[in-house]
Design a protein around this ligand. Structure first.
Ligand code: PLP
Length: 411
């Protein structure tokens, strides 16, 4: 029995139940993944016992000789993988990393320009319910109604009018390639700091399946647990010129002690992401998403922007006459775990929007290939048409579980 089963059978039982859930269903949430056994082991290591406020060789606690080497390894690997001058691997997650960008470059009340949440941006890019929308003056850009894509001419117009000190590009529901160079031209024209939030696509960038923001932006913010397939954590990658501001914003600006077990797991994930097999993985994620998009289009689904360049699809269910929330619940019963999501210009409320967001990082980790996407699209189609037919959903779930068990997660 595991130490958890001995010490706390209740929690052990819950973890076992989650293992079964993950094995027997297919995860289509684009921001989730299945980490390797090595990443999982590092996350569960004794490094969790240590306090190490500060940075390597500048700690406020004794006993950090090993931790210094762990953090330096993670930092060096991040710099090499993304070709940046400076890396901070301490942000506790994506939202705290983004807050550190504000703390580094802005004063309260300054203007930030970010992508609207309902167009695919993230809460922390200045949305009203986030402190980033309360403590800063937030302006926003969206996508064009006719193309579902960002229109850089429109972004430029808004930037010239609003004069932001910080511009965010990247987001949480953007199915298309981000034109970092185009954003850089605008940021330069208005004298703004340009931040790329590549949380979703960091693994694609590392694997060469999406262009890199590195030459174009002042700071790259990313989580480590999505396509990058590491532990839950985040990194800020910058030019040397901004290193001090970013480091001071993270600690002591916003955080206390870093999570050293996470840092070790980030180092492992970065090592894995630097292998040739990871590049194959990154390209396979995109190939699967493209194949799934084509199979869904063939079944009469509408996709925002008409398809995808990356790991995710934003499916507009209006034509199928079903709400996103009901659809996501039906899909879960059928063993296909995605999430409901607003589509641009959504007439429905945020808690029951018109779309679902699905992605291929996790199923690609399990080894599914483009030829499996026809079955997946058929199950999705059948499930959204059977939201009131539990028997049909259970029948689909049987088929989904059979495929899921044939492609178990790595850990
Ligand atoms: N940035 C983007 C683009 C995201 O999609 C997310 C999470 O979904 C975050 C930041 C926030 O990350 P976390 O949930 O780790 O705080």
């Amino acid at each position: 029995p595991s130490p958890i089963a001995v010490a706390d059978p209740q929690v052990a039982e819950l973890i076992d139940a989650e293992i079964v859930r993950q094995h027997d269903t297919l995860c289509l949430i684009p921001s989730e993944n299945h980490v390797s056994p090595a990443v999982l082991a590092a996350t569960g290591s004794v490094l969790t016992n240590k306090y190490s406020e500060g940075y390597a060789a500048r700690r406020y606690y004794q006993g950090n000789a090993v931790i210094d080497r762990v953090e330096t390894l993670a930092v060096d690997r991040a710099r090499a993988l993304f070709g940046v001058e400076h890396a901070n691997v301490q942000p506790l997650s994506g939202a705290p990393a983004n807050l550190a960008v504000y703390a580094a470059f802005l004063d309260p009340g300054d203007t930030v320009l970010g992508m609207a949440l309902d167009a695919g941006g993230h809460l922390t890019h200045g949305w009203g319910v986030s402190v980033t929308g309360k403590w800063f003056r937030a302006a926003r850009y969206g996508v064009r109604r006719d193309t579902g894509r960002i229109d850089l001419d429109e972004v430029r117009e808004i930037a010239l009018k609003e004069r932001p000190k910080l511009i965010w590009c990247g987001g949480t529901a953007i199915p298309r390639t981000i034109d970092f160079a185009g954003f850089a031209t605008i940021a330069e024209e208005v004298g703004a700091v340009l931040a790329a939030d590549v949380a979703h696509i960091a693994g694609l960038i590392a694997g060469g399946a999406h262009p890199s923001p590195t030459p174009h932006v002042d700071v790259i913010a990313t989580t480590t647990h999505k396509t990058l397939r590491g532990p839950r954590g985040a990194m800020l990658l910058t030019r040397e010129q901004h290193a001090r501001a970013i480091d001071r914003a993270v600690f002591p600006g916003l955080q206390g002690g870093p999570h050293d077990h996470t840092t070790a797991a980030i180092a492992v994930a970065l090592h894995e992401a630097a292998q040739p097999a990871f590049s194959t993985y990154a390209h396979a994620i995109v190939a699967n998403a493209v194949a799934l998009g084509e199979a869904l289009l063939a079944r009469g689904f509408d996709l925002v922007s008409g398809g995808t360049d990356n790991h995710l699809l934003l499916v507009d269910l209006t034509a199928k006459d079903v709400g996103g929330r009901v659809a996501a619940e039906a899909l879960e019963r059928a063993g296909l775990v995605g999430n409901y999501n607003a589509v641009p210009f959504d007439p429905r409320p945020p808690l029951d929007p018109s779309g679902i967001r699905i992605g291929t990082p996790a199923i690609t980790t399990r080894g599914l290939e483009p030829h499996h996407m026809t079955d997946l699209a058929r199950w999705i189609d059948d499930a959204v048409q059977a939201v009131e037919a539990p028997d049909t959903l259970d029948r689909i779930r049987g088929e989904v579980t059979e495929l899921a068990r044939a492609f178990p997660p790595p850990a």
